[in-house]
Design a protein around this ligand. Structure first.
Ligand code: G4P
Length: 280
């Protein structure tokens, strides 16, 4: 399967981000806890060079907790500050401000030495589409926040959300483009629902997912569909179709229907909390 998908105006988006990053002290990057590498664009590491970095493993409520912990350690070992959050409910988000302050300790100290007191930390949210940027901003900023207008030295039109005395957030998130050179990245993004379904072959995706589940989450499909998980590939999807009475005329298994069901069950957590990639 060849997934070719880019948000339009990628070059423009990149240029804008480059400009925005100059204004900020810390880049807060959201990744999907179920696929932290596939949902991370490595270009941001270059773009955000010299800035404090916080990685938020978002949608942690959907991911397998034991792997989320491993991913947290993985990124911490690379020098990032890391938190697990659920932007939808706000779980884990109380810690965000404290970690921002911690990550920007050096900057605060530098300011202090230069006699600058109480200059707020400026933060920017970045992430690929659908990772939860708007949900995070709404939930983090809440209703209590005030938008600050243009300020001298700040590009005209930039809006900052004053979160508290210490932190201001650029109100438009930076949209990163997924990295598609590796086809497995596109497939994981597609399975998770980050790419529109109408440009994808759901049956091919479901075959990949079924094989992954059989190896990494044995018993998950057996429990949901009352199948034996003895075979893989088309035979496995076919077993699911038969077990759930997804049949076409003539009694043959309807693989497309079973595929759509499997993908939907995965996205709706009916197969449990599943992580699609594990750290080395
Ligand atoms: P974006 O700005 O990065 O493009 O993403 P956005 O906030 O629009 O979020 C994309 C989808 O992911 C939304 O669901 C949102 O509710 C969901 N989401 C964001 N964070 C979390 C999280 O931590 N956990 C879970 N389970 N879901 C999360 P949607 O179905 O597109 O919209 P809606 O039904 O919530 O309105």
């Amino acid at each position: 399967m060849n997934i070719q998908w880019y948000p339009g105006h990628m070059t423009k988006a990149r240029r804008m981000m480059q400009e925005d990053i100059k204004l900020i002290d810390i880049v807060i990057e959201l990744v999907d806890a179920r696929l932290p590498l596939a949902s991370k664009n490595p270009d941001i590491d270059e773009l955000a060079k010299g800035k404090a970095r916080l990685i938020l493993l978002n949608k942690a409520d959907m991911a397998d907790m034991k792997y989320t912990k491993l991913w947290e350690d993985y990124f911490k070992n690379q020098g990032f500050f890391v938190l697990q959050i659920n932007a939808r409910t706000g779980a884990g988000m109380k810690a965000v401000t404290g970690v921002i302050n911690e990550a920007c300790k050096e900057k605060i100290e530098r300011d202090r030495k230069r006699g600058i007191k109480n200059r707020p930390i400026r933060a920017m949210i970045v992430g690929i589409p659908n990772v939860g940027k708007s949900t995070f901003i709404n939930s983090y900023a809440g209703k209590a926040c005030t938008k600050t207008g243009n300020k001298p030295g700040v590009t005209k039109g930039k809006q900052w959300i004053k979160l508290n005395r210490n932190v201001e957030l650029l109100d438009t998130p930076g949209i990163l483009w997924p990295k598609f050179e590796d086809q497995t990245v596109g497939i994981k993004l597609a399975i998770s629902g980050s790419i529109k379904d109408d440009i994808l072959n759901i049956t091919e995706l479901a075959l990949k997912l079924a094989d992954y589940l059989r190896v990494n989450y044995p018993g998950a499909m057996a429990a949901r569909y009352q199948i034996e998980e003895k075979e893989d590939g088309v035979a496995l999807l076919s077993d699911i179709a038969i077990a759930k009475c997804c049949l076409v005329k003539g009694g043959q298994p309807d693989l497309d229907k079973a595929a759509a069901m499997l993908i939907d069950d995965f996205r709706s957590l009916r197969l449990g909390r599943i992580t699609l990639e594990q750290p080395e």
